[in-house]
Design a protein. Structure first.
Lengths: 231, 242
């Protein structure tokens, strides 16, 4: 009986995590090149119940919901024209390479600017690299040719914040660079809202299941053993 | 659970900053030589949630910051005034504001009591240009390369300068910018020209500012709805033992 309590609780915990991720997605609805996240949910291993007297199997019972891997939706989002000469967007797949103090990282946020030494840098001040891995220099006219930016395919890139992804590049990406444009955030507001409502109601269902089990336990602890059935 | 609350709150704060920038841009839609602000958003740290051997990540929200200013050319307004100057192309006028070097694109000049050319807030051009006694402002001609002449006499040259990283210039609030270590030192630019009798208008584009404002407000609302939902979920959790 009390197994059900914990099964319902695992479901509620899983929905909390899902809700945290939806909140993060919605907070990043304006972040250029942001990719939304989902966590897969799977069931824990099932238990086989058997009759203790005869040993014959009765059936299985689940153990609740386990959180799986976080999946980042890498689908390229739409482009927003900004007209700024140092804004770049990748049409199609691929990432810009950025040299950070922690090593080379990858980003799809192409909102760059010039540094005091004339290099093309990200908002955090890290140099943007060309296809050969060298820093790019902003020309005297304040521009950088879109074709000079390196675009790398990074399979299985993982997020690490500040719009950066880490991973190992392999091969040339299919995407092309567009100047004066930024990739929009990959957050679909309508879908996020629907997911949020669904998640909240699932959370509530877990609560209802726990309350129902609680009432049954209450009955068991107070009514069973009284002769009248009415304590 | 509470992480999501704070992630959404960080998102609201980021949108608020974007709205501040839009407000500032719209207030300066008529300011000569004003350049619209560029706001950049980024996501924040990711936490690993370890449960039953799996690693799930949840983010901590969003951050926004002013990356710099739009370099787009503002529209020219013909004024016909001999001391109104507009710059076409990259570059700034170099001025001395309270003894310190500063840069501006606001070329509404006038003559002070000593006959020197000053900007609208009284800062001297650097190098200074003095009109000899008896020369009226109407006699002054300023060529595209900045040479200031009264009749056939050359009075000086207005220099156009720029810095390697104009996005890191410090706005001092009077339409002028101060060079910083991050922007680099000013040096002469080529390719830009000076136009006499015109002023460069603000480069704020009303249509795109209004669009940004609408989307900012909606995204602010989305994040606030996320907080409300999380609040409802906390209430549901609180009612577990009803």
């Amino acid at each position: 009986m009390d197994l059900g309590l914990y099964i319902a609780a695992t479901g509620m915990v899983a929905e909390q995590t899902r809700q945290d991720q939806i909140s993060n997605d919605l907070a990043n609805a304006s972040t250029p090149g942001y990719k939304s996240e989902r966590t897969t949910q799977s069931s824990f291993g099932e238990l086989l119940l058997s009759n203790t007297a005869t040993g014959s199997p009765i059936g299985t019972v689940g153990e609740g919901v386990a959180l799986g891997k976080t999946v980042t939706d890498m689908t390229p989002a739409g482009m927003q024209d900004t007209g700024q000469p140092l804004d770049f967007g990748i049409v199609g797949t691929g990432f810009f390479a950025v040299k950070t103090p922690q090593g080379v990282r990858y980003t799809r946020d192409g909102q760059f600017s010039a540094s005091a030494t004339g290099q093309l840098v990200t908002a955090a001040g890290d140099p943007v690299l060309d296809a050969q891995g060298n820093p790019l220099t902003v020309g005297a006219n304040g521009r950088v040719a879109a074709s000079s930016l390196g675009v790398h395919e990074v399979p299985g890139a993982t997020k690490q914040g500040e719009n950066l992804f880490s991973g190992n590049p392999s091969g040339k990406a299919a995407g092309t660079v567009r100047q004066g444009a930024l990739e929009l955030s990959g957050v679909d507001a309508a879908k996020a809202m629907v997911d949020m409502i669904g998640s909240m109601r699932t959370f509530q269902s877990g609560q209802q299941a726990i309350q129902a089990i609680d009432q049954t336990l209450q009955a068991a602890s107070t009514q069973v053993g009284t002769l009248s059935g009415n304590p | 659970m509470l992480e999501g609350l704070y992630a959404a709150a960080a998102g609201m704060e980021a949108q608020q900053q974007q709205m501040d920038a839009v407000g500032n841009d719209l207030a300066n839609v008529s300011t000569s030589g004003y350049k619209a602000e560029r706001v950049g958003f980024s996501d924040l740290l990711y936490n690993k949630v370890n449960q039953a051997g799996t690693s799930t990540t949840t983010g901590a929200g969003a951050l926004s910051r002013v990356i710099g200013r739009s370099s787009a050319q503002g529209a020219f307004q013909q004024t016909g005034e001999p001391l109104d100057l507009a710059i076409q192309g990259e570059g700034f006028f170099q001025i001395k504001s309270a003894g310190k070097l500063a840069l501006t694109r606001d070329g509404a000049l006038s003559v002070d009591g000593k006959g020197q050319l000053v900007t609208s807030d009284g800062s001297l051009l650097d190098p200074p240009i003095t009109l000899p006694a008896g020369v009226a402002t109407g006699e002054i001609t300023i060529s595209q390369d900045g040479a200031v002449r009264a009749g056939t006499r050359t009075l000086g040259t207005i220099a156009l300068v720029s810095v390697p990283a104009p996005d890191h210039l410090l706005a001092d609030g009077s339409g002028a910018f101060t060079p910083t270590a991050a922007s680099g030192a000013p040096k002469a630019v080529s390719g830009a020209t000076i136009h006499q009798g015109a002023l460069e208008g603000s480069n704020v584009d009303m249509a795109s500012e209004m669009t940004t404002m609408v989307s900012t407000q909606r995204n602010y609302q989305l994040a606030s709805t996320a907080i409300q939902t999380q609040n409802q979920m906390l209430a549901i959790a609180n009612q577990l033992r009803s």
